[in-house]
Design a protein around this ligand. Structure first.
Ligand SMILES: Nc1ncnc2c1ncn2[C@@H]1O[C@H](COP(=O)(O)OP(=O)(O)OP(=O)(O)O)[C@@H](O)[C@H]1O
Length: 355
């Protein structure tokens, strides 16, 4: 019998927190507990200066949980939240570190895929574009930053959970030439997580710096829909080179897309262009093309913004079946018109030095 969440929690409640005099559950240090099929994973969120003190806690937790019947593997990841600021030192000092968004070592470019509204095909575009860039010979990473439900594991056909053999770095997953990691996989599968600001910042930071991406030409970030904390945090923490906004032709999706565009403008993140998804419907029987959601809205919006309309993708059954089946259309039907559209987009971004 696999171990239960309650049994794991009971053990964790017996482990003292060296900083707060309570246990690591009561102090909130232990977070994002996930117990699935005998595999136990959680995060210890600590101040960087206390890392040494928590090494013993990590070892203790691993040993005690490892000894529980029904536990197959234990993975504990330490993440740092920022320590309280030290009092100002008014003596002249060496030049201050540059503030604001930082370049992530090893990652040449970050390209965000955004949408104002859910369900417009942002993850489908991210997965296909990542595979298309890999097919162009680029070293591509895909960070699924959707905290509400990861879709990239399904779209790229990878299963399981990321592991951390040394407790310090996280091993990403890989398929179709794309290295992938999903923020949603850091949380418990069967529990809705409320990602609070500091935790989200820690998790995003961890995704960018602790995941073994290897050297990447481009990291594509599949953002959650809308204009929330993830978007802000990403643009504040990392130097995002540009964003592509995906929208359907429907008015409401467009209005929402405008909000997203405004946000990137405020964050001073360049918008490389818009993509119209579910642009037309091509009848599988007779090939007749219909604009079920209206037409031209996204093109008009792009013109207004002075950015290109990068692609118009039809509502297409093969595209959906491919994404939902773990091999995006770029991989499963490389000769199709839809796959060729993504390949052309990938080549364009590479030629422009953007991917
Ligand atoms: N061009 C298309 N033709 C047919 N189906 C599509 C197309 N684009 C996306 N879909 C399908 O629509 C659904 C939603 O797409 P997807 O998950 O990519 O959207 P999303 O914007 O990332 O959604 P969310 O914000 O909820 O994560 C999926 O089942 C996907 O396969």
């Amino acid at each position: 019998m696999a171990v239960t969440r309650d049994e794991v929690l009971a053990v964790l409640k017996g482990i003292a927190d060296p900083v707060t005099d309570t246990d690591i559950v009561a102090s909130g240090t232990m977070r994002a507990l996930s117990v699935t099929d005998g595999k136990v994973r959680f995060v210890l969120e600590i101040a960087p200066s206390q890392a040494k003190a928590y090494e013993a806690v990590q070892a203790d937790a691993e040993a005690k949980l490892g000894a529980l019947p029904g536990v197959e593997a234990v993975s504990v990841v330490m993440t740092a939240h920022s320590a309280p600021a030290a009092p100002p030192d008014l003596k002249p000092q060496r030049k201050a570190e540059p503030a604001g968004p930082q370049q992530v070592p090893g990652i040449d470019r970050i390209l965000a895929i955004a949408s104002g509204k859910g369900g417009v095909g942002k993850s489908t575009v991210s997965a296909n574009l990542a595979c298309a860039l890999a097919a162009e010979g680029r070293r591509v990473g895909l960070l699924d930053a959707d905290v509400y439900g990861p879709s990239q594991p399904r779209m790229l056909g990878v299963s399981g959970r990321p592991s951390s053999p040394d407790g310090k770095t996280i091993l990403p997953m890989r398929n179709h030439g794309v290295t992938m990691m999903s923020l949603g996989l850091m949380a418990n599968e069967d529990q809705a997580v409320v990602w609070r600001g500091p935790m989200l910042m820690g998790a995003l930071q961890q995704m960018l710096t602790q995941v073994q991406w290897g050297a990447l030409d481009v990291l594509i970030v599949d953002l959650p829909p809308g204009t929330g904390d993830v978007q802000m945090t990403l643009c504040q923490k990392a130097k995002v080179d540009g964003a592509i906004v995906v929208s359907t032709p429907q008015d409401v999706a467009l209005i929402d897309a405008r909000k997203g565009i405004d946000m990137f403008n405020q964050m001073k993140t360049p918008i490389f262009g818009l993509i119209e998804n579910m642009s037309t419907h091509v009848c599988t029987e007779c090939g007749h093309e219909e604009h079920i959601f209206g037409h031209g809205g996204v093109a008009a919006e792009a013109a207004k913004l002075g950015v290109p309309l990068l692609a118009e993708l039809p509502l297409d059954l093969d595209t959906r079946i491919a994404s939902d089946g773990g091999a995006p259309i770029v991989v499963s039907k490389p000769a199709s018109k839809q796959a060729q559209t993504f390949r052309a987009l990938a080549r364009r971004l590479v030629d422009e030095g953007r991917a």
